[in-house]
Design a protein around this ligand. Structure first.
Ligand SMILES: [Zn+2]
Length: 242
């Protein structure tokens, strides 16, 4: 039996490995029925099976820290944990040994007897407690947008430079990370033409173009379409320059 600490930001919790992995299997089992309903967390859950296939005590890593860096991935995982919790609540006091062996096998762990339901339920709730503050409302309102990327930012080398829109409908480019801006889209994302944040936008957060606007601006050949999530600041932080 091994124990592993799972960390999310400044919070952490200690988990018994095999119990944690059985809950992870239950989450993946639920997710696999309708993966399309969980687009943000899917890339992570697709890799979770490696954790029980290659199980080694004390080194379980469900990548919670990375999942928690995305509001939508966290929200989807919490939804799945809620379903697993409800299923466990409806079960009897123990999960039969045969079911443990056929459905919830972990590495070469050999389930000798029926397993009590309570530890799985407690683990599911601990995971929820670890993740719930990530989606707490005081962090602002999140919105999923279609993002049109022009390429990597030459300044921070981390963010993508994407097409944004002024209130008058004129398009400009902005780095999603460092907020460098380009008034002249022909120059984005080159260093030449790069301007500090505030040079191009007139409302904050900026507006985002529709696909039609991208096509009309003749940019469809130059952009990559991606899904992204943005955090809208609380209303009192929203500034609007005249
Ligand atoms: Zn940047």
């Amino acid at each position: 039996m091994g124990w592993t600490t799972q960390v999310v930001g400044v919070r952490h919790a200690l988990f018994e490995d095999t119990t944690l992995l059985v809950v992870a299997r239950m989450v993946v089992d639920e997710w696999s029925r309708t993966p399309a309903a969980f687009p943000s967390v899917s890339p992570h859950l697709e890799r979770w099976h490696l954790q029980w296939a290659q199980y080694a005590p004390g080194v379980v890593d469900l990548n919670l820290e990375t999942i928690a860096s995305s509001y939508f991935a966290t929200k989807e995982l919490l939804q799945l944990l809620g379903i697993v919790e409800a299923q466990l609540q409806k079960r009897g006091p123990a999960i039969p040994r045969d079911e443990m062996r056929t459905r919830w096998s972990i590495g070469d762990v050999f389930w000798l007897k029926d397993q009590e339901t309570i530890p799985f339920l407690d683990t599911t709730r601990s995971l929820k407690h670890l993740l719930e503050p990530v989606v707490a409302p005081e962090r602002g309102t999140f919105k999923r947008i279609k993002q049109y990327d022009l390429g990597e930012c030459p300044s921070c080398e981390q963010g993508m430079v994407c097409v944004a829109k002024r209130s008058d409908g004129r398009l400009f480019a902005i780095c999603e990370e460092c907020e460098a801006e380009w008034v002249d889209l022909a120059l984005a994302p080159k260093r030449e033409g790069m301007l500090p944040c505030g040079a191009a936008h007139d409302v904050w957060p900026p507006l985002w173009p529709t696909k039609e606007e991208i096509i009309n601006a003749g940019l469809s050949e130059r952009v990559e379409e991606s899904d992204d999530e943005i955090r809208l600041p609380p209303a009192d932080e929203t500034e609007s320059a005249e």
